[in-house]
Design a binder for this molecule. Structure first.
Ligand SMILES: [Zn+2]
Length: 239
């Protein structure tokens, strides 16, 4: 019986070894969701896939459908989304984006909007630094997953302001009377409103500050709260 072949474009999220020469690649495809596929012979020095199946590679693929694991039959580079080797900040940010999306997607469940968000985020990471590139991506991911935080009024009493705290269990900001969770500064709140309120480019252009650190810490906590586990990569970039 001939294997069923299909084409798709994907970003490599991570890879792991399989036997002596093969590797399993975890892919976020545009139209087939997250797919696990075997890349045969990829660890040999003369592999026909070259370095095209490393994390952050953006590739056009021809895949053969398998019961659990598909098989990579062809892989052509679309573009390199991996930042220049040696740029540790960009690399770490990219890995954090990959890990977050890996945690937020299910095998074989099409999520073209998440694929597009990831490609967009990796392009941004590769071209501009900025303390809020990854945190903004985390907040956006949460928003598309239906857990957009309430930022405009106290989540408990509806008081429009001033709000002084952010509580993950409540899903948003709180006024002085109702406060719980962690304190949030007006500057950090303003940045979060920019990120989630259509002024993303303004937020991405800001310099590192106490407020960006607050937004970043909250973004990580919110994502970890949502996926109910810790992100491995974050410890590396939150310092
Ligand atoms: Zn309140």
């Amino acid at each position: 019986m001939a294997a069923q072949l299909y084409r798709d474009t994907a970003v490599v999220l991570r890879t792991y070894r399989l036997g002596e020469a093969d590797r399993i690649v975890v892919l976020l495809t545009e139209f087939h969701g997250k797919v696990r596929a075997v890349a045969k012979g990829v660890r040999k020095t003369k592999s026909r896939f070259g370095a095209r199946l490393e994390p952050m590679s953006h590739v056009n693929l021809l895949l053969a459908k398998g019961r659990e694991l598909d098989i990579v039959s062809q892989a052509d580079a679309v573009e390199s989304l991996a930042p220049l080797v040696g740029d540790l900040d960009h690399m770490t940010n990219g890995m954090a984006a990959l890990e977050a999306i890996d945690q937020m997607t299910l095998d074989r469940e099409p999520a073209p909007h998440l694929y597009r968000m990831l490609v967009g985020a990796l392009r941004t990471i590769g071209t501009r630094a900025g303390p809020l590139v990854v945190p903004a991506f985390f907040w956006k991911l949460l928003a598309v997953d239906g857990v957009r935080p309430e930022l405009d009024a106290c989540v408990r009493c509806g008081e429009p302001g001033p709000v002084v705290a952010f509580d993950l269990d409540e899903g948003g900001v709180l006024c002085r009377q109702c406060r719980s969770g962690t304190a949030i500064s007006p500057e950090a709140l303003d940045l979060m409103r920019q990120v989630l309120g259509g002024r993303l480019n303004d937020a991405l252009a800001v310099d590192p500050s106490a407020a960006t650190h607050e937004v970043s810490t909250l973004a990580t906590k919110a994502l970890e709260h949502h996926i109910e586990r810790h992100l491995r990569t974050v410890a590396m970039f939150e310092r």
